[in-house]
Each structure stands twice: as structure tokens, then as C-alpha cells.
Design a protein around this ligand. Structure first.
Ligand code: SAM
Length: 269
């Protein structure tokens, strides 16, 4: 059996009782570590906290492993109980749907144990969850590569008066271009996009007045942890706010209802 277990958003204690039972019953535990991370980060000390509470050794599954060697995990799950831990909810990232499809095709039984996700915990800002349009992902721009397909989606959301949740790039264990060309991988240091970088890039690609420097936005950091930070204000003003350590996300506010406005007042700068 493959248990895909959501860990929630805060720290090791956010796992559900049902999730903990599953983890403790498994012979092998993997933790997916590239679509998201807990507020306690991924340094060895943080991982040790998880291992201590769960009473199990955890193997970190990086992007290469999930994309290239996940069949090995599935083969193990065909014969034994294996847990695959995912920060947030297992279906808060598209990658894990692919894992379920592959497992089912290989005849491996799958059990999903849900938890809080950025996709629903973001409700704490006061904007109603059913008033959001398509969620977008903003990748880091480079000198040569400035993909801006997210822009059209913001235009569509804004035309409908809907809010846009922007998820921000995470780059963990990414090989450098030069090392790929040389055939021997060297990895970039981990990088997490801040609210400030996201806003700079958004202002750079703006062309149809879907939003501008005065558009009301909400910057969110470490959602679900004790030191979460939520600040609402005009896009340009948020550029100067220090949101602290990762993870960050951003909301471009659409048309608001009076109750949403009352909640937003608590977060205004
Ligand atoms: C691909 S999503 C993965 C979502 C995760 N599986 C979940 O269900 O929450 C990852 C992105 O969501 C946002 N995110 C996730 N957790 C967050 C948190 N605790 N605080 C702020 N943003 C977060 C960040 O922008 C991050 O790059």
C-alpha cells in the first residue's frame, strides 16, 4: 500500500492523527521536498524533528527522484506499506496526481490522507475562497528566460472581478545550465521567491492594465505557522515590506464584498 500523507503547513505536529498512525505502520518513509516545505525548513535538524515525532527514519525525495526514480518507490509499495509525505495536502500540487495515476496503473493500492493546504488556509486573509479565479505560478525570470504565461490568467481573473492566488517559485536542488552542458551535475543553492521579487516581475510584464502599482494585494509568508505574516497594501508599497523566511505567496485582490473588506482592514499596512 502507498500512503500519500499530507503534513499540513506549520511544523511536524501538523500531521493528522490518522496520518501519524499510517506513518508509524509503514516500513519505509519518503518525504517529497521540492514542491513545498514546512516552515521549519529542510535542514537536517528540522528533519530530525520529524523523525523523532514519527519514530521513523525519513528518506528525502528530491525532484530527480520523484521524476526519474519514482517507480522504485512504487515497486516497494507493491510489497510493503510505504508512506510518501507531502507538505500541505497531497493534491495541493499537480505532481502528486501523477504519482497516484502511476501507482494505479502498476496495480499498487493507494490511500490518501488529507491535510490543510495553502489552497484553503489562504482563507485566513478574509477573501472568500469561492471568489478566486485560476491560481497561477510565477517562475523566477532569468536573463534569457522570462516566461509570462501567468499574465493572461491574471487578466482573465481580473475581468471577472476574481482574486488571483500567486504561488511563487521554489528551486531546490536544481542543476546549473553549465553543469548540464558539461554532463556532470552541479546544483544551484536553494532559492525561494519572495513576495517582493514576485511583485517586481509582475510590474515588469504588466501591459494591459489588468493591475498596476496601486492594485490592492496581500503578501503572505509562512502561512499556518506561529510567525505567519500577512500584509495588505498597494502592490508598490508591498515591495518594501520584509516578509522574512520562506515560503511566500501573493494575492492580487479582485472585487471585494463588504465582509471581505472588513477582514482586510486587519492586515492593511
Ligand atoms: C506547489 S504549491 C504546493 C502546495 C502544497 N502541496 C499545499 O498543499 O499547500 C507551493 C507554493 O505554495 C506557496 N506556499 C505553500 N505553503 C505556503 C506557506 N505555508 N506560506 C506561504 N506560501 C506557501 C508557495 O508560493 C509555494 O511555492
Amino acid at each position: 500500500m502507498l500512503y500519500i500523507v499530507g503534513l499540513g503547513l506549520g511544523d511536524e505536529r501538523d500531521i493528522t492523527v490518522r496520518g501519524l498512525d499510517a506513518v508509524r505502520s509503514c516500513s519505509k518513509i519518503y518525504m517529497e521536498a521540492y514542491t513545498s516545505l514546512l516552515s521549519l525548513g529542510l535542514d537536517p535538524a528540522a528533519l530530525a524533528n520529524l523523525e523523532k515525532l514519527y519514530g521513523k527514519e525519513i528518506t528525502v525525495a528530491d525532484r530527480e527522484m520523484v521524476e526519474e526514480r519514482v517507480d522504485q518507490v512504487l515497486l516497494e509499495a507493491a510489497d510493503a506499506d510505504v508512506a510518501f509525505l507531502v507538505v500541505g495536502d497531497p493534491f495541493g500540487a499537480t505532481t502528486h496526481t501523477d504519482l497516484v495515476v502511476r501507482a494505479k496503473k502498476m496495480g499498487v493500492q493507494v490511500k490518501v490522507i488529507h491535510n490543510a493546504s495553502v489552497m484553503n488556509a489562504i482563507g485566513v486573509c478574509g477573501l472568500q475562497l469561492y471568489r478566486y479565479g485560476e491560481t497561477i505560478s510565477i517562475p523566477f525570470f532569468t536573463e534569457e528566460w522570462r516566461p509570462d504565461s501567468f499574465y493572461k490568467k491574471i487578466v482573465n481573473n481580473s475581468q471577472l472581478g476574481l482574486h488571483t492566488l500567486c504561488l511563487l517559485d521554489i528551486r531546490v536542488k536544481e542543476p546549473t545550465w553549465e553543469s548540464l552542458a558539461r554532463g556532470k551535475k552541479v546544483y544551484e543553492p536553494p532559492r525561494f521567491m519572495t513576495v517582493n521579487t514576485a511583485i517586481s516581475q509582475l510590474l515588469e510584464v504588466e501591459e494591459e492594465r489588468a493591475y498596476g502599482k496601486d492594485t490592492l494585494c496581500i503578501g503572505v509568508a509562512r502561512l499556518g505557522s506561529d510567525d505567519q505574516k500577512i500584509v495588505a497594501g498597494p502592490m508598490e508599497k508591498l515591495l518594501d515590506v520584509d516578509f522574512g523566511p520562506p515560503l511566500h505567496c501573493l494575492i492580487i485582490v479582485g472585487e471585494t464584498h463588504p465582509l471581505e473588506e472588513e477582514m482586510l482592514e486587519f492586515y492593511k499596512m
